[in-house]
Design a protein around this ligand. Sequence first.
Ligand code: GLA
Length: 388
Amino acid sequence: MSEAVAETVAARFSELYGAEPHGVWAAPGRVNLIGEHTDYNDGFVMPFALPHTAVAAVSRREDGVLRLHSADVRDGVSELRLDDLTPESDKNWTAYPAGAVWALREAGHAVTGADIHLASTVPSGAGLSSSAALEVVVALALNDLFSLGLRGWQLARLCQRAENVYVGAPVGIMDQTASACCEAGHALFLDTRDLSQKQIPFDLAAEGMRLLVVDTQVKHSHSEGEYGKRRAGCEKGAALLGVNALRDIAYDDLDAALARLGDDEEVRRLVRHVVTEDERVERVVSLLESGDDTRAIGPILVEGHTSLRDDFRISCPELDLVVDTALASGALGARMTGGGFGGSAIVLAEETDVDAITKAVTEAFAAAGFTTPRVFEAVPSAGARRVR
Ligand code: GLA
């Protein structure tokens, strides 16, 4: 994100609210390299931050008023009273920033009001965490302006609570932690049980490779019901197996666990995905840490896709077409990323194959009668920070 963007957002704030903002902050969207639907099972994930960010110009207020404006929607300024913020009362974009304010106050932090202008370059509905970016940028700005002293992981927890309780979406902790804690040039190996983190150097360009994001343009906003069903199925599996979370089933004990689940085919599939996916994350981490050729992670990404498609059943024809076409055109690996039912896929490719793969995927979409996908390169970028 450039200084010019921060200037533009600050200038628009001044127009709207009649004074310079006290500061400008940015928080990124993310892609997840591996570890899907493991975060609400206390498992492992490995996202990295995108260069696309939500940017917020913010000033503090002392009078219990919250004013919100976004460059990305047509609405004017929304004015809310902090004391009136009520979970699940708001079905608009304002629920994300207001939810972050609500969560901070509900946790006992003395936030007395704010004027906020937001502008985001994170594609929305593309499975790239545009909502987490909005929550985290607001939480970070208020953390600074009200000197709350919260660390990145603590802001992430509060933003997850905002989304779970205030917005009403039963998501895990991955997206908010990625936005708050990622570092440029690294993927974040996160244990979602205790939020312990390890920054893993991830520089594909140095090895002649690229990671592409293919946004299928299939919006996943109707997926909340299916997401919740998968989550409930995983919790049922953990309860049947007598563990706190599916994380507690060791990979080596998977067959025994599946046998104990008897003929509950649906729960067996969900359990198999989660337990094998945790093992895939660990394999990717040890490969990246070994210093061996990073190309070796390609087949693990494909295994992950197969598991999400066949066991977890959250892919869709567009995502499968990206993966199949990319692999047939020489990609080293590919898989859907994020919550599923649309959104984006990632493709690991030799730099020299990027153009051919992009062309093949675009043509395959046209031939299938699908909306033209949006393809861009994802470079591991900085997490949330103050920019002005
Ligand atoms: C969404 C949720 C995350 C995570 C992913 C799937 O992005 O917000 O918490 O569960 O889906 O891995």
